[in-house]
Design a protein around this ligand. Structure first.
Ligand SMILES: [Zn+2]
Length: 274
């Protein structure tokens, strides 16, 4: 059993066969999926909740992606705060900063990021972080507004350096590796993945993006392929696939205070929902 700690299941790319995609994931041993709820941005904040409500093995996040920061306003903040109380919402995300695409002005991205950290802190929810070409500002804002909460979170699709990894670990984050770990050019990232403390490792697909090797010809990624990233991670760490899957699953459950007895079945969300 393994957890896909970051996937986008709501897009039209899955409309024709979403149930088959989920069935294939379960058949591959994926016991739990965290569906990211950023969707097309505000005003709709429930893209992942709609899917999670139909599936006991899927939980949701709520949040405004940095690409949509311009659409973040007071009404968005109030709605996000309310949705954090939904029983299947585990985290706020993906939130952060993206200077690569720069779809929203930098100051607006920072503002939306900080306000969402405040909402998550108020509701005692971990956060899932997106950062691209913006490491310094992301780490600065996290240390100012998040590290002190002790809530931790997930550095989604971690592709940073060893120094950046160390700073994230210091602030209590899990580092989640995606299919990028399997790409030929990712030698530095694989070197980093070798030394991260084993209790801080997660794996994800970021479906429908970033299909891992050896399936890169399949353009649409899906949660079943998280197995390939975990296999790659296992090879780097010199452990079996089963151990990599077990450890990353345990890390995910610990972060969200999920009941250990619900090994892949219905999660007990109660302990983190206050
Ligand atoms: Zn994502």
């Amino acid at each position: 059993m393994i957890v896909d700690s970051h996937c986008h299941l709501d897009g039209p790319v899955f409309d024709a066969d979403r149930d088959e995609v989920l069935a294939r994931a379960r058949n591959a041993g994926v016991s739990f999926m965290l569906a990211i709820g950023t969707g097309d941005g505000p005003p709709d904040l429930e893209a992942a909740i709609r899917i999670a409500e139909d599936h006991p093995d899927i939980a949701a996040t709520v949040g405004v992606h940095p690409h949509d920061a311009l659409k973040f306003d007071d009404a968005t903040a109030a709605r996000l705060d309310a949705l954090c109380q939904h029983p299947q919402v585990l985290a706020v995300g993906e939130i952060g900063i993206d200077y690569h695409y720069a779809n929203s002005p930098r100051e607006r991205q920072k503002l939306a990021f900080v306000r969402q950290m405040e909402i998550a802190a108020g509701r005692r929810k971990p956060i899932s972080i997106h950062t691209r070409d913006a490491w310094e500002d992301t780490l600065d804002l996290l240390s100012l507004h998040w590290a002190g909460t002790g809530l931790g979170g997930i550095m989604h699709c971690f592709t940073g350096s060893s120094e950046q990894a160390a700073r994230c670990l210091d602030m209590g984050f899990m580092l989640s590796f995606s299919g990028v770990l399997t790409f030929a050019r990712s030698g530095d990232l694989r070197a980093t993945a070798r030394w991260i403390p084993i209790d801080r490792l997660l794996v994800e697909t970021d479906s429908p993006y970033l299909t891992p090797a050896p399936h890169r010809k399949i353009r649409r990624n899906e949660p079943r392929f998280v197995v390939e990233t975990a296999r790659s991670l296992a090879g780097l760490r010199g452990v079996s696939y089963e151990e990599a899957a077990t450890v990353t699953t345990a890390n995910f459950r610990r972060l969200f205070a999920m009941d250990e007895r619900t090994a892949g079945g219905r999660a007990n969300y109660g302990s983190s929902a206050t």
